[in-house]
Ligand binder design. Structure first.
Ligand code: AMP
Length: 280
């Protein structure tokens, strides 16, 4: 497995692969890797000749200074996991390498970013758009792999690919969970043992809400019951719960066809902000 910290080193390696007509799969990550990331890497390695994983804690997508400072960084362990997962190349640039100058360009994704994560984290999706488009230009992948866990990010990236005519396929993988249902996340490492025991309630409330809707309760009533359930667990400070269409991310009055609706939540638990969603 090759490890690059410079754009020029990465480009040199990739140009050799293009000469040999190799297909490239890219998995953008911020490191502190877990099985959710590795499922994407394994898929990229299986579906392409060359799997490239980027590890970069992207400052432009953080609106909270403490979240950026405390974001877990575990490069050596990540490299070992990537080796085992069959990754061929890792791109782990410094902030200076990624941003030799502060970008002037600003992305505005309209209605898909004025809600949920976009509303709670101003500038977040601009930062995502900037870094993902830079990575797409640097790597020129045939396929790029993203997790459904970040449902709104998937919508934003798909929109960007369409609007800017990136010639690549976006591949989305389901959320990988711990045995107790908690969605795997790099930020879970920052939970105390007591908080870690409370965290699975997020998934339990998501599944209960889905079940209520599937049993015929209205979306409005199911959402109300979810709000009640969150308020019964004082450690989980709810930022939002929205029941939306997976494509437009707009609120829905009633569920659509199977697989086109999602319940999305964000909560603060101790020092950590956690997001999750359930498609139904
Ligand atoms: P991150 O390092 O958090 O920026 O995540 C990198 C990629 O991994 C994103 O496309 C995420 O959606 C995806 N990802 C993160 N957690 C999970 C998970 N539990 N299951 C599947 N994909 C995930």
């Amino acid at each position: 497995m090759e490890v690059f910290t410079s754009v020029s080193g990465l480009r040199k390696f990739l140009s050799q692969q293009f000469l040999q007509q190799k297909s490239i799969g890219l998995v953008p990550t911020m490191g502190a890797l877990h099985q959710g990331h590795l499922a994407l890497v394994e898929a990229a390695a299986a579906q392409n000749d060359i799997a490239v994983t980027s590890i970069f804690v992207n400052p432009t997508q953080f609106n909270n200074v403490e979240d950026l400072a405390k974001y877990p960084r575990t490069l050596e362990a990540d490299l070992e996991l990537l080796r085992v997962a069959g990754c061929h190349a890792v791109f782990a640039p410094s902030t200076e390498e990624m941003y030799p100058a502060q970008p002037a360009l600003k992305f505005d994704f309209g209605p898909i970013e004025t809600i949920m994560e976009g509303a709670s984290r101003p500038g977040h999706f601009n930062g995502v758009g900037i870094v993902v488009s830079k990575l797409f230009h640097m790597v020129k992948p045939h396929r790029a792999y993203f997790g459904q866990k970040d449902l709104q990010q998937v919508a934003v990236v798909k929109r960007m690919v369409a609007d800017l005519s990136f010639d690549l396929e976006i591949v989305v993988f389901p959320t990988v969970r711990e045995a107790d249902g908690l969605a795997m996340s790099s930020r879970n490492r920052r939970l105390s043992p007591a908080e870690r025991l409370i965290a699975p309630h997020i998934y339990q409330i998501l599944t209960a809400t889905r079940d209520r809707i599937q049993q015929g309760e209205t979306v409005g009533n199911a959402k109300y019951a979810a709000l009640q359930a969150f308020s019964d667990i004082p450690e989980l400070i709810l930022d939002y719960i929205e029941i939306v269409d997976t494509a437009t991310l707009q609120n829905i009055p009633e569920p659509g066809e199977a697989g086109t609706s999602a319940i999305c939540v964000a909560v603060q638990l101790g020092p950590v902000r956690l997001i999750d969603n359930l498609i139904f």
